[in-house]
Design a binder for this molecule. Structure first.
Ligand SMILES: N[C@H](CCC[C@H](N)C(=O)O)C(=O)O
Length: 277
């Protein structure tokens, strides 16, 4: 039996296991099983808490299909609430080691069910090499790609994880289940990519639809929202502080001192034991 907590950030939901005080089986297999919405607990992703040698604590993240991802924005807010509430870290500001480097959460308000958390996500990177993009171009910024006869202007960026950002005039015209999947698996991105369709409402408000690598459509993506905010400020000179509205709610993204800060909720759904065998 494995103890777990289920949480969500803006409807992007996760199972978290303490991997310090209990032994866990193969993480990739476990993620696939617990995230299954019919035969498992049901979630978009799974996180494991581990001890870190370089930071206060370490987060491992897995998608619902069992693949490992470097980082998750909504996930790390939930992770931060969990390790703070369980006193696995000391203080309201701490460092979390992830495969994408060190992230710095700060607990802004803390209640049993819901807390608000800011996370310093670090910098955005555009190099095609980091994105593992199949191109000679140094970066992919507002490049045209054709999907089913339609041209999309795509930008690719690393903010914790890899993201494609596509600005469109009208999100209602996007069939994300078709186009999201095609861009995720496009030959330009041999390692696949998360996909964010973005409509600018005004200088400080974006609407974003998310398609996640290894999951499918989700209600929100924190690092995707941050990617949209960064690309928007470069291409359209939008504000350095924007509210990104997603299907599951709103996250605030601020760029200051060359770093990206994400602020939003983390909410507990339930705790329980998972019968692995
Ligand atoms: N939902 C997450 C991102 C997960 C990224 C993952 N799907 C990948 O394969 O990179 C977020 O809130 O930032």
């Amino acid at each position: 039996m494995l103890e777990f907590i289920k949480m969500h950030g803006l409807g992007n939901d996760f199972i978290i296991f303490d991997g310090i005080n209990q032994d866990l089986p193969d993480h990739n297999e476990l993620a696939k099983k617990v995230c299954d919405r019919h035969f498992g607990i049901g979630a978009d992703g799974m996180m494991v808490v581990k001890q870190s040698s370089s930071s206060d604590i370490k987060m491992l993240f897995y998608n619902a299909d069992g693949s490992q991802a470097p980082m998750c924005g909504n996930g790390i807010r939930c992770f931060a609430k969990y390790v703070f509430d369980e006193k696995l870290v000391r203080g309201k500001e701490f460092e979390v080691e992830t495969l994408a480097g060190i992230m710095r959460p700060r607990i802004i308000s803390s209640e049993e069910k819901i807390s608000f958390i800011e996370v310093n996500l670090g910098k955005a990177y555009f190099s095609s090499e980091m994105i593992h993009a199949n191109t000679n171009k140094e970066k992919i910024l507002n490049e045209s790609i054709e999907i089913d006869g339609n041209i999309f202007k795509i930008s690719a960026v690393v903010v914790g994880s890899v993201h494609a950002v596509i600005f469109v005039d009208d999100l209602n015209k996007i069939d994300i289940n078709v186009i999201g999947r095609k861009i995720e698996n496009h030959q330009l991105f041999p390692n696949k990519i998360n996909v964010n369709f973005c409509q600018i409402i005004d200088d400080t408000n974006f609407q974003v639809l998310t398609w996640e690598r290894g999951v499918g459509q989700t209600l929100a993506c924190g690092t995707g929202a941050a990617s949209a905010a960064v690309v928007g400020s470069i291409l359209y000179n939008t504000s350095k502080k924007v509210n990104v509205h997603l299907l599951g709610g709103t996250v605030e993204i601020e760029q200051r001192d060359n770093e990206i800060f994400m602020t939003g909720p983390a909410e507990v759904i339930c705790k329980g034991v998972y019968y692995d065998k």
